[in-house]
Design a protein around this ligand. Structure first.
Ligand code: BF8
Length: 621
């Protein structure tokens, strides 16, 4: 049992699942073992119906698939398809937010007024949209229109890459990897990986980079920036995290998925006096809305809504027996939830036409009529309180306080309006460097162990950590998002944290909000007049599993930031591809991937990399 998680609430609920006869992700992983070695190495191809083909890694079998593709081509094609899928997920999320802004501006989505007018105007300025003397709706209409055009723009490059230092943009142009349109790169990747199109692994991986960049500096940035406009730009906020946030005497609703369009309005709907009264009439004290995974991050960043857990806790939240409804939209939602829910009274309510789940109740969410639908969904949860099976309820007490909400704007405000104090701290060595720690949980690895071990090693070495996604939730559960966690930091970082009253790990949001990290990295490079690849920065995804993480890692590396993966990607079947990603890319984009499963060794790699970059910048002379 201890090898499954370091999180006590997780361990308790895995035990309860077993005694309740409920199958979880760990059981299904065990049932899959041994997993396919060809798949692990990335050398199986199902891209056409002459196959499936596989290449024997030991050279005993045929070296080529039926069409003639060798291991390099097959591994590169599979990698590019994973990047395209990940980029598509983030970018389609971004499109959803932009469409909501458009509907809001047209007066068709009255429940989504613009919350941050200053941000709306700042973004309008970036797009060259006039703001003087114009109404919020007029500006929002133009901005939403221009942003939606980014998906298929004829301009030749994306607007947000103008945030990137000129040197890097020139490099991208030279390499032919400047993203030309958000949808275009995903489509071209799918085209090129079709049978008989692009078969040169280098050419394929360059397209993978361009596609990933269309996510990082395109779709993900769109999602973040326009979410701030519609739902408010996060500011430092406090809350609690882990399964212990569920309340035995409340109607418990878990919001799981990714788009704040759904989660934000449910948070408001659950405050409706009529629904609260109905909950009380059924014997509940109130309605307790909690988040899970990235949509949890969206509402914790903006409202301090409690977060019940990260990716591997989604089934376990239901196993507490205390969840009336788990409301889901898109991404990272296990199809097993409906099976788990059958053993309890929990209702799984799907809401997106893009994501339906056999066994779940589907209530189509409609942004034009959002509050009415949101109340309808909350009512389903309230009514379900009467169906509780009291004997099955067992909520672990584990929970932890956190401080989150570190948007770029919030960081600037904490620093007194400019990044200079942060840059000075990096120059003086009080902060040696900054590492973004992001990504998922993966049941092949002990839950949260790599996140927490890696992060603790970094802060001990005076490295400021910025986090998003399930990695940030792992840190929240373990107290690393509290200013008091600075006691675990080295002298320099501790001093900075204490003077600003901030934690040594700054929660910057959901996975699309890695765009906030990119924006800060670009702003620091611009302030110093260097390229992003010159800075003492690194990225890490210690427990990643999603194709979205493949896209993220690739845009981070392509932006010039060394990136450490804690779980092995399926590329080892091609020596050439593995060499390009872990070594050759340095000569191409000035950064590489490293793969290191041991988080202490991974932290050493980050520390060494940061020391080398400081040295090159002449900071430690
Ligand atoms: O987008 S960190 S498990 S929830 S993929 Fe998913 Fe991974 Fe969590 Fe968010 Ni990101």
């Amino acid at each position: 049992m201890p090898d499954k998680s370091v999180d006590q609430s997780t361990i308790k609920m895995i035990k309860k699942a077993k005694s309740d006869g409920v199958e979880t992700v760990w059981d299904r992983l065990a049932a899959q073992e041994p997993q396919c070695g060809f798949g692990q190495l990335g050398i199986c191809c199902r891209n056409c119906n002459m196959g499936p083909c596989r290449i024997d890694p030991f050279g005993d079998g045929p070296p080529r698939g039926v069409c003639g593709a060798d291991a390099d081509t097959i591994v590169a094609r599979n990698l590019v398809r994973a990047i395209a899928a990940g980029a598509a997920a983030h970018s389609d999320h971004g499109r959803g937010i932009a469409s909501t802004l458009l509907a809001s501006a047209r007066g068709d989505a009255p429940d989504y007024p613009v919350k941050d007018e200053a941000k709306l105007k700042a973004l309008a300025g970036e797009f060259g949209i006039a703001t003087d003397g114009r109404s919020v709706s007029e500006i929002a209409l133009d901005l939403a229109g221009q942003v939606l055009e980014e998906f298929g723009t004829l301009k030749g490059s994306l607007q947000f890459i103008n945030r990137v230092p000129g040197k890097r943009r020139a490099l991208w142009d030279e390499l032919g990897i400047t993203p030309r349109g958000i949808d275009r790169e995903v489509v071209e990747s799918m085209h090129r990986t079709n049978i008989g199109v692009d078969n040169d692994y280098v050419n394929l991986i360059l397209q993978g980079m361009r596609t990933a960049l269309s996510d990082g500096w395109g779709g993900s940035t769109v999602a973040t920036e326009l979410s701030d406009v519609l739902f408010g730009t996060p500011k430092p906020v406090k809350g609690s995290c882990n399964l212990g946030v569920l309340k035995e005497d409340h109607v418990n609703i878990i919001l799981h998925g990714h788009e704040p369009t759904l989660s934000d309005i449910i948070v408001h709907a659950a405050r409706d006096p009529g629904l609260l009264q109905e909950a009380r009439e059924r014997g509940a004290v109130g309605i307790n809305v909690c988040g899970m995974c990235c949509t949890g991050n969206e509402i914790l960043m903006r409202h301090g809504v409690p977060v019940a857990g990260n990716f591997l806790q989604q089934e376990l939240a239901i196993v507490t027996g205390a969840v009336e409804a788990m409301i889901v939209d898109i991404q990272c939602i296990m199809p097993s939830l409906a099976q788990v829910a059958k053993c309890y009274h929990t209702k799984i309510i799907s809401t997106s036409p893009k994501a339906k789940f056999p066994g779940a109740e589907h209530v189509p969410f409609d942004e034009h009529n959002a509050m009415d639908v949101a109340k309808k969904i909350v009512r389903v949860a309230v009514e379900n309180y009467s169906n509780r099976m009291v004997s099955k309820i067992n909520i672990p007490s584990d929970q932890m306080e956190y401080m989150a909400g570190f948007s770029v704007e919030a960081i600037l405000e904490a620093l007194g309006g400019s990044l200079n104090p942060l840059i000075d701290a990096v120059k003086s060595g009080a902060i040696k460097g900054i590492v973004g720690v992001v990504g998922c949980n993966n049941p092949k690895y002990k839950q949260d162990y790599s996140h927490l071990t890696f992060v603790r090693e970094l802060i001990k070495n005076d490295i400021l950590v910025v986090g998003t996604g399930c990695a940030a939730i792992a840190c929240a559960k373990d107290g690393l998002l509290l200013p008091t966690a600075a006691r675990e930091a080295g002298d320099g970082l501790r001093g900075v944290c204490r003077s600003l009253n901030i934690p040594p790990v700054l929660h910057m949001g959901s996975c699309v909000d890695i765009s906030r990290i990119l924006t800060v990295a670009a702003a620091i490079a611009n302030a110093l007049g260097v390229d992003i690849s010159d800075l003492p920065l690194a990225g890490a995804a210690p427990e990643w599993m999603s194709e979205k993480a493949v896209s993220i890692g690739t845009y981070v590396v392509s932006s010039g930031i060394f990136t450490i993966l804690g779980t092995v990607p399926p590329v080892l079947g091609s020596k050439n591809v593995a060499e390009l990603l872990t070594s050759g890319a340095e000569r191409v984009v000035g950064a590489v991937f490293a793969v290191e499963e041991d988080p202490v060794a991974a932290a050493k790699l980050a520390v060494q990399h940061i020391a080398a970059k400081r040295n090159s910048l002449g900071l430690d002379e």
